[in-house]
Design a protein around this ligand. Sequence first.
Ligand SMILES: [Zn+2]
Length: 135
Amino acid sequence: MIRFALKCACGHRFDSWFRDNRAYEGLSAAGRIACPACGGGEVAKAPMAPSLAAAREEGADAAVRLRSLLLGLRDTVESNCEDVGSAFAEEARKIHYGEAPARGIYGEASAEEANALVEEEITFARLPWISRGDS
Ligand SMILES: [Zn+2]
């Protein structure tokens, strides 16, 4: 089965299923496809642009949803953890070895610093940190 987007002479758009393209051609040539809105038999395949546009909108929606999810994550971290900025690796190490009070912290670490933490088996997570300003 194949689905075609069709359009009648007055501009009504509708979808219809056919066994294959030849079945469509045959029915179309015989004038046996009628518009469900006006009953008109002058029906042609409609361009597929509307469904492409819909797919693009879905993609944009997903990007917006992901962005708000990441912003929410950032809000949660910021309101529950202490910002230690570029001292993150040092502070995480102090907490791990009991030299600083245990608490949630966040900040930045270079790739080398992060690798060193992994080697010392210090638990931390890398988060996608997105900026709030731009859209
Ligand atoms: Zn029609």
